[in-house]
Design a protein around this ligand. Structure first.
Ligand SMILES: [Zn+2]
Length: 262
């Protein structure tokens, strides 16, 4: 299970940018470019939704300060993975450190923060080729930096360039998967999404430009083509656990669904 989170990437800009690997993943996978993130479209709220499978009313992360997250009731999905299948190795490699504030002891075998997307990419590729890894979450931040600096918009070349750089990094990450010695016998699901869009040089509001996101699922487990139902950021954790064979219990009270899977 590989999840790649591209911070602050508008779907219309992704479609406009020259992105070879991302295009091949959605064209051969399941996808939505009309998916929705949390109505409070700030990073902490949305990443927490993606990784817990519930909206902010339940996970209670209401700003990037992460005051009082309700991780006892709605933990990071790594915790549910470890509870059901403790043998699985979980990795979280991120550029934006606060993402890890919802991790509890034992959730991640490896949780590391890096000061650049390039450093995340190098660690991810080395790990995927060589290590016993079952679940990996990666966070790349530079598209969001470009949005804050130059503007979140498909007509903005600086913003598109940042997406194209990420596409190269995603390409290296995906190709490192293929180099795994046992790749042919493994059944990787790749989910790629973002936490929010933006307009001008900000985000955080409940507007279409801020809350519309993309969702791409690739691998043998997906039902190819555009996903007809409404897809939401909270579907990522649920799709990931479903792929890992973890039964989604009613008592967990999750909001997401396993979007794009057969
Ligand atoms: Zn963000």
């Amino acid at each position: 299970m590989l999840i790649i989170g591209i911070d602050g990437c508008r779907p219309d800009a992704l479609l406009k940018a020259n992105t070879k690997i991302l295009d091949s993943l959605w064209e051969n996978g399941a996808y939505s470019f009309k998916a929705k993130t949390d109505e409070i479209s700030s990073s902490g709220i949305c990443w927490t939704g993606m990784l817990t499978g519930v909206w902010h009313e339940k996970h209670n992360v209401l700003s990037n300060e992460y005051k009082n997250p309700n991780i006892k009731e709605y933990p990071h999905f790594f915790r549910r993975v470890k509870h059901s299948r403790p043998e699985l190795k979980t990795y979280s490699l991120v550029h934006w450190a606060p993402l890890h504030k919802i991790l509890q002891s034992g959730d991640a075998d490896v949780a590391k923060t890096f000061d650049s997307d390039e450093a995340v990419t190098i660690e991810a590729t080395t790990t995927l080729v060589n290590k016993d890894v079952d679940v990996m979450f990666l966070h790349l931040d530079d598209v969001d930096h470009a949005g804050h600096s130059y503007g979140y918009h498909p007509s903005n070349d600086d913003y598109l360039s940042a997406i194209e750089v990420i596409d190269q990094q995603v390409s290296r990450i995906i190709h490192s998967l293929y180099q795994r010695s046992n790749y042919k016998n493994e059944n990787w699901l790749i989910l790629i999404s973002t936490d929010h869009g933006g307009s001008d040089t900000s985000h955080g509001k409940n507007t279409n430009e801020h809350t519309t996101i993309f969702y791409i699922a690739a691998g043998n487990a997906v039902k190819k083509g555009e996903i007809e139902e409404q897809v939401n950021v909270i579907d990522v954790a649920v799709a990931a656990m479903t792929h890992l064979g973890i039964p989604i219990l009613d008592e967990w009270n999750l909001d997401g669904r396993p979007a794009g899977l057969k």
